[in-house]
Ligand binder design. Structure first.
Ligand code: ACM
Length: 702
């Protein structure tokens, strides 16, 4: 097929268009090709002069039923972001037509490939299948929507196909539940970045979010929990006389609708059902699935790694197979994700019954038992014609045959898997964990390490340690949106974008097209599209210069070591909440370079938040400075956090307020000038954890 094939294929159209497509309007390289305002960057862009002007007579035509969805999707996008109404039909007029066609001999034969040819007279979007054509529609929309008020599309010839076949985002709908409507919204935005996999995290310790007809307690019990903290404990539901629960789940009807919505946007949903760990919600619903005698009796509201595992009885496998049967009936995609991560083995080690089972199976240890567990489930899944995928712990104790490994503890899992001939998806922490903060000025809740747009963009999807021969096992990459700190759907969007745009480009674009400078030039148009789509992305923010007189917790230095988190307050129940930066294993802050007036005082605004973290043995090392009064104190030290405090602020005035409280000013004894002040709390118990919201230096009382 040559460059003129479109003219043959458009036989239904008039001779004018046929001629136009083949001869005079074939795009010719321009001296300076225009910057194609497309993200992810297409494989080949050739600029021509001029532009196609959209006018009152412009219409969209699709050639064949297979082309209709992409044609209609483009029309819908043009309406949505540009307020341009374009009639869609399969009976085009002679000119002024945007043609969408699925042709067996379309120019681009690469999987998922497409071409877009824009001349001043015509536009033709062509692909060999619906999937490619859909991406052509997205590209054409991006060309149109590069400017808010654009009514023209630059003459350009694009030939494009993706680098990787797994271009994913993972949505955690467990830690916080998002409405079905939001999940669809999330999918729609993914589609505009040519993502094609939504990995949907549906079960975990803190909830079970998928209706399973055979086991209704999974959702009637397992989908609901009382949030952590005193504020939630006091938030009584008059109907039950108990604290109000939060949660929710997706009915199978809702899931079917979401799957269809995703399929129409060329997105496959990979459902994740966690095993053998992250099982608390299921075990609370059906205690017979558990191991220990001290099973949780309520769906937990803590974050971290739990020791609650499924037992390895045949009855538990029957349960899991029943669940997976319903999952497989619902989700048509090739892959079923079975988790496999963070299954702390304490319960299996302590259980005589499990130990006897290990012996009976002739296995060495609990890791081999997990491998046996996953292999058994893998056989069930492959017996149903699907493929098992799991987090990289499924490599431990021997990997199930044909299993695909999702590498999250860095890239080592991907390297081991690919070099052993297993397919792999790279979604390493922290590189592609989108719950990390986005800039040093970011004060939103989340994990502490910086993961900037540039860092995501510069992620290398093909680790050097994977041999060239085995690189074919890299299916692609995925960004993960763990939602512990994302209480609202708006927070999910904020964490995802704009970094997902960088991720999409790394996943889609050919290595030669990965160019940070060029990407940055295309981002303003992309952000403007987000604004028109109502996509609430994280905006660039400049860190305010640190003041010598007052600081928020995010502007203070940390003096403790361990887990640093940016945590949202648990109060008030309704309305805006403060966000605190705190080292949860050693809460301690340093006000460096504080300007203290002679006789001056310190004013502190403090909060109290639940200590709800499962961090195993790290918890044992946490110091609890002894309080002098019942409610404890905020102690202020000159320099290092030792010796005699220069101020002590009793917490009694704040004890009954679960939200933030400004404590009475405390005079700073015998210190003035430029100092470093250490701030830490005394407390008798881990929970609640007192935190600094902000501190301010005030002059001597008048
Ligand atoms: C994971 O982050 N536990 C896969």
């Amino acid at each position: 097929m040559g460059r003129c094939h479109v003219s043959i294929l458009l036989s239904a159209l008039s001779a004018t268009l046929v001629l136009g497509a083949c001869s005079k309007d074939e795009p010719r390289p321009a001296a300076n090709p225009p910057l194609a305002q497309v993200i992810p960057a297409p494989s080949e862009v050739v600029g021509a002069g001029g532009a196609f002007a959209l006018g009152p007579g412009t219409q969209i035509a699709f050639e064949g039923a297979a082309a209709e969805p992409a044609a209609r999707y483009f029309a819908e996008l043009a309406q949505r972001t540009q307020q341009i109404t374009l009639p869609v039909s399969n009976s085009p007029t002679a000119s002024d037509t945007i043609v969408f066609g699925v042709y067996p001999d379309a120019p681009n034969d690469a999987a998922e490939g497409y071409s877009v040819r824009v001349t001043p007279e015509s536009i033709v979007v062509a692909a060999r299948d619906q999937r490619g054509l859909f991406y052509g529609a997205v590209t054409l929309w991006q060309l149109l929507s590069a400017k808010a008020d654009a009514k023209t599309i630059p003459a350009i010839s694009i030939t494009d196909a993706p680098r990787f076949k797994w271009r994913g985002l993972m949505l955690d709908s467990v830690r916080h539940f998002q409405s079905p409507q939001y999940v669809k919204q999330f999918i729609d935005w993914m589609a505009l970045h040519k993502f094609n996999v939504l990995h949907w995290h549906l079960t975990d310790d803190q909830g079970w979010r998928l209706e399973i007809k055979k086991y209704p307690r999974l959702t009637s019990v397992g989908a609901w929990r009382v949030p952590a903290g005193q504020a939630a404990q006091k938030n009584i539901d008059p109907a039950t006389g108990k604290p109000r629960m939060v949660g929710g789940f997706y009915t199978q009807d809702e899931v079917r609708e979401i799957i269809a919505y995703a399929a129409a946007r060329q997105i496959t949903i990979v459902p994740e059902i966690e095993m053998p760990g992250h099982a608390s919600a299921a075990v609370v619903a059906y205690p017979r699935l558990g191991v220990s005698r001290n099973l949780p009796t309520a769906v937990p509201e803590e974050w971290g790694v739990f020791t609650t595992l499924f037992n390895t009885d045949d009855a538990t496998f029957s349960f899991l197979e029943d669940v997976l049967s319903e999952v497989i009936d619902l989700f048509p995609g090739e892959y079923i994700h079975v988790g496999g991560d963070e299954a702390a083995k304490d319960e299996w080690i302590a259980s005589p019954k499990i130990q006897a089972h290990i012996k009976q199976l002739g296995l060495k240890d609990e890791h081999e038992l997990q491998s046996w567990f996953i292999t058994r489930i893998g056989k069930f899944i492959s017996g149903k014609g699907r493929k098992l995928i799991g987090w990289d712990e499924i490599l431990e104790g021997g990997i199930a045959p044909d299993a695909t490994v999702m590498s999250w503890r860095g890239i080592d899992g991907a390297v081991t898997a690919a070099n052993a001939g297993h397919d792999t998806v790279l979604s390493p922490a922290p590189d592609l964990y989108l719950d990390h903060w986005q800039s040093d000025a970011d004060t939103s809740p989340g994990r502490s390490n910086l993961l900037s747009l540039e860092m995501v963009y510069k992620f290398n999807p093909v680790p050097e340690k994977i041999s060239a021969a085995q690189a074919k096992h890299i299916l692609g990459i995925q960004g993960n949106l763990w939602a512990e700190m994302m209480r609202s759907a708006a927070r999910v969007t904020y964490q995802a974008y704009p970094r997902a745009a960088a991720l999409a480009e790394v996943a889609w674009s050919q290595p030669a097209k990965i160019d940070w400078e060029n990407f940055q030039k295309r981002m303003p148009a992309q952000l403007a599209r987000y604004d028109r789509l109502g996509l609430g992305y994280a905006k660039e923010i400049a860190a305010p210069p640190p003041s010598a007189m007052n600081r928020s917790s995010h502007q203070l230095a940390q003096c403790g070591g361990g887990y640093l988190l940016s945590l949202e307050d648990d109060a008030p129940i309704a309305g805006p909440r403060a966000v605190f930066l705190v080292t949860i294993t050693d809460p301690c802050w340093l006000f460096k370079g504080a300007e203290i007036a002679a006789g001056g005082a310190l004013r502190a605004t403090v909060g109290q938040i639940p200590w709800n973290f499962q961090i195993g043995k790290d918890k044992d090392g946490i110091k609890l400075p002894k309080p002098a009064t019942r409610d404890g104190e905020l102690e202020v030290y000159d320099g290092k956090c030792e010796g005699t405090p220069v101020a002590v602020l009793p917490l009694a005035p704040a004890a009954k307020n679960f939200a933030t409280t400004t404590l009475p000013d405390a005079k700073l004894d015998g210190v003035s000038g430029k100092r470093d002040l250490c701030l830490r709390f005394t407390r008798a118990t881990l929970d609640p954890m007192w935190v600094i919201d902000r501190v301010e230096l005030v002059g001597p009382a008048q």
